[in-house]
Design a protein around this ligand. Structure first.
Ligand code: URA
Length: 215
């Protein structure tokens, strides 16, 4: 997108459309929802990892040299979950990279001011030196995501080290993120047209956390 250049949208294939169809279908069982969203999360995380700085290396195959590259060791990477819904994604990240460092942030909208309020955070002490995968499955208004980036910036993380990974977003959220943190990169599964009056993504999929956790 021209006005949000740091956005990578997962390439649409029959597979990704089928996974989106499963998670968007309100008749999907929880098993179907969890399975399809986990599979989408894995594709998104692989896409995000491909954006990390790599070093050129040559290895020897049994038949000769291969000029390849290495991504940062998983122990150097930090995944930060914006509670509660991003814990759905964190499970997949940890299954892919068991020794990734983990941070958690709990942000809730203040009912009186409608502003995002930080309720809890726990981040690795050396997070400033790590590439950060910031996780939240739904980017709607962008309020929580921007507040989370602000907290990471206060902890010393350069915005260009942050890759915000989400399953679904709307342009409004992308624009909020781009205007507050233009250097933060976003990897998303799809961009839906609008938010409704209750700030749900339309057509979207409803409440991600409720459907994943069965609450
Ligand atoms: N969070 C959700 O779970 N769903 C939306 O549509 C927007 C935010």
């Amino acid at each position: 997108m021209a006005d949000t250049p740091n956005v990578t949208v997962l390439r649409e294939t029959k597979l990704t459309r089928a996974l989106h169809t499963a998670i968007r279908d309100k008749a999907a069982s929880r098993h179907q929802f969890v399975t399809a969203s986990n599979r989408l999360t894995r594709l998104l995380i692989e896409e995000a990892l491909a954006l990390l700085p790599s070093e050129e290396v040559t290895v020897e195959t049994p038949c000769g040299p291969y000029a390849g590259c290495r991504l940062p060791d998983e122990e150097r990477i930090c995944a930060v979950s914006i509670l509660r819904a991003a814990d759905c994604m964190l499970g997949e990240v940890r299954a892919m990279m068991p020794s990734v460092a983990v941070g958690k942030i709990l942000i809730q909208r203040d009912e009186e001011t409608a502003l995002p309020q930080l309720l809890y955070s726990k981040l690795p002490p050396d997070i400033a030196a790590r590439p950060v995968l910031l996780l939240d499955p739904m980017l709607a208004t962008g309020g929580s995501a921007v507040a989370a980036c602000r907290l990471l910036a206060e902890a010393g993380v350069p915005p260009e080290s942050i890759i915000f990974v989400n399953v679904l977003c709307v342009k409004e959220g992308l624009q909020a993120m781009a205007s507050a943190f233009p250097a933060v990169r976003v990897v998303t599964g799809a961009i839906d047209p609008v938010l409704n009056g209750s700030k749900y993504i339309v057509p979207g999929l409803g409440d991600f956390g409720d459907r994943y956790f069965g609450t």
